[in-house]
Design a binder for this molecule. Structure first.
Ligand SMILES: [Zn+2]
Length: 265
């Protein structure tokens, strides 16, 4: 087993990834051994299911993103839920609450988020949570489903919220925004510094959130996850190789990927 990285959050169904084989190849060359790609609505769930066939280095998840909930119907959720029950997915998501873009009615976001949480708990998959200006509401909803496992993806909060997330038993996944900004007065880096090592994951959220030094210069892709991993390693005072080992072990256990230890959940 090599010591590569796992990009735990990408959106390979995005039109930007028409060169998907190339993106997977560049990821491999950059030391990324696996990618988890997440759907954001019914159509992309169907597209993502097809991506599973492209490479054994890709795992898939289905869900309806809070920004897409406004346009989604109950029938859309039934289709996505049925796909989740088929057993090909390694997680439920992307789901969550977004009160920043506020593209979908909040009440409907809250309802769809709870549908995802209930199903995740029922079928024993972790849930991948997007939160933007909605952390307290997300934490409250998660608290209604004791035993559900999950991750706050692209964790962008401070140490207080990190404590709440950890208390819920959730993982924290760090993305390219960890590489932004300065070391002093940086609540996100404080959060990254306090989480137990076995709760850390890394991701790109590609095609968005390109890490420094490519920020603003090119589209993000799984190959760049190591840049975030290196920043996280520096914050934790370990080598990049050690951080790759730690976060990859965590990701394999969390998503029950081949080569990981079962977490017994
Ligand atoms: Zn995402």
């Amino acid at each position: 087993m090599n010591n590569g990285w796992i990009d735990t959050h990408a959106h390979l169904h995005w039109p930007d990834f028409s060169d998907l084989a190339g993106a997977v190849e560049r990821a491999r060359a950059a030391g990324v051994e696996h990618v988890v790609t997440l759907a954001t609505d019914r159509a992309s769930s169907l597209a993502t299911r097809r991506l599973r066939e492209t490479s054994d280095a890709v795992s898939i998840a289905f869900g309806i993103h809070p920004n897409e909930v406004g346009a989604a119907t109950d029938e859309d959720w039934r289709v996505v839920a049925a796909m989740l029950r088929e057993g090909d997915a390694v997680a439920v998501g992307e789901t969550g609450l977004d009160f920043y873009r506020d593209r979908s009615p909040r009440e409907k976001q809250e309802r769809f988020f709870r549908e995802h949480l209930a199903l995740a708990r029922e079928i024993g998959l972790p849930v991948v949570v997007h939160t933007r200006e909605s952390f307290a509401a997300c934490a409250a909803a998660i608290g209604e489903f004791p035993g559900v496992r999950g991750v706050f993806h692209c964790f962008s909060e401070g140490p207080r919220e990190a404590e709440v997330a950890l208390e819920l038993g959730f993982h924290l996944s760090f993305a390219g925004n960890l590489t932004y900004g300065k070391d002093d007065v940086n609540p996100l880096r404080e959060a990254a510094a306090l989480a137990p090592l076995d709760r850390l994951l890394v991701e790109t959220d590609s095609p968005f959130l390109t890490p420094v030094p490519f920020r603003g210069k090119r589209r993000n892709e799984p190959a760049l996850v190591a840049l975030t991993g290196r920043t996280l390693a520096a914050i934790r005072g370990v080598t990049p190789e050690e951080m790759a080992t730690i976060t990859t072990r965590n990701a394999r256990a969390f998503f029950a990927l081949a080569g990981g230890e079962s977490n017994g959940a």
